[in-house]
Design a protein around this ligand. Structure first.
Ligand SMILES: *[C@@H]1O[C@H](CO)[C@@H](O)[C@H](O)[C@H]1NC(C)=O
Ligand SMILES: *[C@@H]1O[C@H](CO)[C@@H](O)[C@H](O)[C@H]1NC(C)=O
Ligand SMILES: *[C@@H]1O[C@H](CO)[C@@H](O)[C@H](O)[C@H]1NC(C)=O
Ligand SMILES: *[C@@H]1O[C@H](CO)[C@@H](O)[C@H](O)[C@H]1NC(C)=O
Length: 301
C-alpha cells in the first residue's frame, strides 16, 4: 500500500512552493488547487515531508489547513532555536532562478536558497521570513513603489501580506532568539538621481527606532544588521553607499548601546546576477555561513 500525505490549502494569486520528500525536492510552480499531496509510489515506512514557500506575499498567499495521511503522522519536531529574518527582495530570493536579464515571477523567486533559509537550516533553527520586494526601512525603492506602500516597520505588524497593520498578535510561542534585519538597498536607491540621496543619520534613526519597537515584543532577542550586497561604493559616484550603510548600521548599534546588537558584513556582489541585478543562489550560499557563524557566536549555538 502506498503512503500518502495530503495537505489541504487555501491560496490567492500566484505561488510557488518546494515539496521535499525524504530529501528529494520538487518545485510546484503554480499552486492552484485545494491540496498538495505527496507523489504516488511512496512505500510504507517513515518519510519526512517538507513544504517551503518559494515566492513572496506580493504574488499571493498560502495557508495550510488539514494535514492528513493514510499512515500515521509522527510527532512534531519543532526546533527550539528560532530566527526571524526581516528584509527586502534579497531576503525574498527575488528572481534568483533567472539569469540576468529577466523579469521576475513567482516561480523565479527561490526563498529556500536565500542566505536566510540556508543559515537557519545549518543552525537547525526554525525561521520566519518577513520580506517584501522594494521595501525599505524608512523609504521604499525609487524604482516604482507607490507613495502609500508601507515601509517595513509598518508592514512588519501585519499577520499576512495583505492584512491590516497591527493584525499580528506576537504569540509567545513564536518569539525568536535572533532577528536579522536586511534592509537598506531600497532606501539607498536613487534611480538616476530621481530623488535625493538617503540621509545616513535618518537611516540610523530608523534602525534604532525599529529595533526599539521590536524589542518591546522580543526583549531578549539578539539583533543582526546585515549589509546589502546590491550596493557598492562605486555607484552612484561619490555616495560610497556600501561604506555608508555599514557606518549607518554601526552608528545605530552605538546608539542602542547593547551587547545584543550586531553587524554582519556582506561584500558587494560580483558580476553574476539574477533578475534585476539580484544576488544569485551562489552569492547567497557564500553569505549563509557568515550569517550562521555570527548568530552561532552571539547565541552560543
Ligand atoms: C495549475 O498549475 C499547474 C502547474 O503546477 C498547471 O499545469 C495548470 O495548468 C494550472 N491550472 C490552472 C487552472 O491554472
Ligand atoms: C519509524 O520511526 C519510528 C519512530 O522513530 C520507529 O520506532 C520505527 O522503528 C521506524 N520504522 C521504520 C520502518 O524505520
Ligand atoms: C480534516 O481532516 C479530517 C480527517 O480527514 C476531517 O474529518 C476534517 O473534516 C477535516 N477538517 C477540515 C477543516 O477540512
Ligand atoms: C551604555 O550601557 C551601559 C551599561 O548599561 C551604561 O553603563 C552606559 O552608561 C551606557 N552608555 C551610554 C552612552 O548610554
Amino acid at each position: 500500500m502506498p503512503f500518502l500525505l495530503l495537505m489541504s490549502l487555501a491560496h490567492s494569486g500566484d505561488n510557488s512552493v518546494l515539496l521535499t520528500v525524504d530529501g528529494i525536492s520538487t518545485v510546484i510552480p503554480n499552486v492552484n488547487g485545494s491540496s498538495i499531496s505527496t507523489p504516488t509510489g511512496l512505500v510504507n515506512g517513515n518519510h519526512t515531508v517538507e513544504l517551503r514557500k518559494r515566492s513572496e506575499g506580493f504574488y499571493g498567499s498560502i495557508s495550510i489547513g488539514n494535514v492528513t495521511t493514510d499512515g500515521v503522522l509522527g510527532p512534531d519536531r519543532i526546533p527550539a532555536r528560532k530566527i526571524e529574518f526581516i528584509g527586502d527582495s534579497i531576503t525574498v530570493g527575488y528572481g534568483m532562478d533567472g539569469i540576468y536579464p529577466c523579469s521576475n515571477t513567482a516561480v523565479l523567486e527561490d526563498n529556500p536558497k536565500t542566505y536566510a533559509a540556508l543559515a537557519a537550516n545549518s543552525l537547525e533553527a526554525d525561521y520566519d521570513v518577513i520580506a517584501w520586494s522594494g521595501i525599505g526601512l524608512i523609504r521604499n525603492t525609487a524604482y516604482g513603489s507607490s507613495p502609500g506602500d508601507p515601509v517595513m516597520p509598518d508592514r512588519w505588524t501585519q499577520y499576512g501580506a495583505n492584512d491590516p497593520e497591527n493584525s499580528y498578535t506576537f504569540p509567545k510561542s513564536e518569539i525568536p532568539d535572533a532577528v536579522v534585519i536586511a534592509l537598506g538597498t531600497n532606501d539607498f536607491s536613487v534611480n538616476n538621481n530621481n530623488r535625493e540621496p538617503l540621509v545616513p543619520a535618518d537611516f540610523t534613526s530608523g534602525a534604532v527606532s525599529f529595533i526599539r519597537t521590536i524589542q518591546t515584543h522580543y526583549p531578549d532577542a539578539h539583533f543582526f544588521l546585515l549589509q546589502s550586497p546590491m550596493i557598492g561604493d562605486g555607484w552612484p559616484a561619490g555616495e560610497n553607499q556600501w561604506t555608508t550603510q555599514k557606518n549607518a548600521f554601526n552608528a545605530a548599534i552605538t546608539q542602542l548601546n547593547s551587547t545584543k546588537i550586531h553587524f554582519i558584513g556582506w561584500n558587494t556582489q560580483g558580476s553574476d546576477v539574477a533578475c534585476d541585478y539580484h544576488p544569485t543562489a551562489a552569492t547567497n550560499a557564500a553569505e549563509a555561513p557568515i550569517v550562521a557563524a555570527a548568530i552561532a557566536e552571539a547565541l552560543g549555538w
